[in-house]
Design a protein around this ligand. Structure first.
Ligand code: PLP
Length: 419
């Protein structure tokens, strides 16, 4: 029998036998270490880390991060609900989003979180909602800084043509409007916010971003508007390929902090960062079983997890390292393309990889699946979602049961006339 992959101190093949496949497995220790390393990189200034909940919103993950002192960046009423349930205080939550409904604005006002305002339209709507509820909402403007990071176009969010934020040239006007509304007691101007994109490997772009944001803070200060926080968003990339050079939180801090600290202000605002991927990306593997090996145009390895469980390769052409978890000591033998069980030819997890000889029943582990993995899963093709396991100090616990066929029917209603 081949050597087994050990993850978080636990034998992955043992997990596959005990819980079945497919299976998401998250390492608690690594999650805590990632958070602490990121936080510590910015500890030379007053700073807070607002974890981007969308990357992985499992309640156990959120609870662990809450214990570590994380705040949260939420993008919907549902994420706000989850973050509060995990114990993250409202005072450390920023409600983001470019299309917030009245219900979501109400929820934000009632729960006392800060709101990142994405447009003039939203500013007026929020003020209206807050006034009718007799609440004062703390706000920041989401700035479109007109910055082009080198990343996949689908995850660049600070481009001039992106849907997010208020155009850079209009930001001062937006604050002027917000200040007028402040007089009504409905909103209070507190900060400024941007987020330029995701999976950014060349962090030098963050220096320019910081400079542009600080220039706005200084211009506002000159107009008598003093901000209490500057939120520069998330986006730090992680290495998906083995031995791929990737920036660290310290590298990111080295780009941001000099520009931040040299702001010409009487008092430095608090610095907020919103990492998602860096915090959870490498904490998790997706474990799947080989159902068939087939030599056709390519040598295909068909596993029981596809884009229903991990859509990143299909959506972003993302690369994920894969290994044969029960043959860790066997030499590479063949070039394989690892595909999922979904009824679409695009359902490819990993293309042209050299792996040891693969047989039906082998276990494949897909690395770095913790960010935008389970979080983006679906029941497409009538496939109930899989379980999630947390490993810590050699022990494994279920943090999400696998779904049954019943869950495919959940909330479906068959009209009586069709019975
Ligand atoms: C997605 C998102 C993040 C997190 O991005 P990562 O690349 O995962 O670090 C942070 N802030 C906002 C506003 C986002 O939309």
């Amino acid at each position: 029998m081949g050597k087994h992959l050990i993850f978080g101190g636990v034998d992955v093949i043992g997990l596959a036998e005990r819980f079945g496949t497919p299976l998401y497995v998250t390492d608690e220790q690594r999650l805590r270490e990632n958070f602490r390393r990121f936080r510590d990189a910015f500890s030379s200034v007053a700073s807070e880390i607002y974890y981007a909940v969308k990357a992985n919103w499992n309640l156990a993950v959120l609870r662990i991060l809450a214990q570590e002192g994380a705040g949260a960046d939420v993008f919907s009423g549902g994420e706000l609900y989850l973050a509060r349930l995990a114990g993250i205080p409202a005072s450390k939550i920023l409600f983001n989003g470019n299309s917030k409904s009245d219900e979501e604005l109400e929820l934000a006002a009632l729960s006392g979180v800060k709101v990142s305002v994405d447009s003039f339209d939203e500013l007026y709507a929020l003020s209206e909602v807050a006034r009718s509820l007799g609440k004062t909402v703390e706000i920041a403007m989401r700035v479109n800084p007109d910055i082009s990071p080198e990343t996949h176009p689908k995850i660049a969010t600070g481009l001039k043509e992106s849907k997010f934020g208020i155009p850079y040239e209009e930001v001062l006007d937006a604050y002027k409007e917000a200040k007028k509304l402040e007089a009504t007691g409905s909103v209070r101007v507190k900060g400024i916010h941007c987020h330029i994109g995701s999976q950014i490997l060349d962090v030098s772009i963050f220096r320019e971003t910081t400079e542009k944001m600080i220039a706005l803070v200084e211009a506002l200060s000159e107009r008598g508007i003093e901000l209490e926080f500057v939120d520069l968003g998330g986006g730090l990339g992680i290495p998906y390929k083995k031995d791929e050079p990737a920036p660290t939180p310290e590298d990111l801090a080295a780009q941001i902090l000099p520009a931040f600290k040299s702001a010409k202000l009487r008092r430095l605002p608090k610095l907020i960062l919103e990492p998602g991927r860096y915090i959870v990306g490498n904490t998790t593997i997706l474990v799947a079983r080989v159902n068939a090996v087939k030599k056709a145009a390519r040598r295909f390895v068909a596993i029981d997890a596809g884009f229903n469980l991990l859509i990143r390769p299909v959506l972003y052409d993302a690369y994920h390292e894969v290994v044969v978890a029960n043959k860790m000591d066997e030499p590479p033998a063949e070039t394989y393309t690892v595909v999922g069980p979904i009824c679409e030819s695009g359902d490819i997890i990993a293309k042209d990889r050299t792996l040891p000889e693969v047989k039906r029943g082998d276990i494949i582990a897909i690395f770095n699946a913790g960010a935008y993995g389970f979080a983006m899963s679906s029941q497409y093709n009538g496939r109930p979602r899989c379980a999630e396991i947390l490993v810590n100090a050699g022990k494994a616990e279920v943090i999400r049961r696998k779904e049954s066929f019943d869950e495919l029917l959940r909330n479906q209603v068959l009209p009586a006339r069709l019975l």
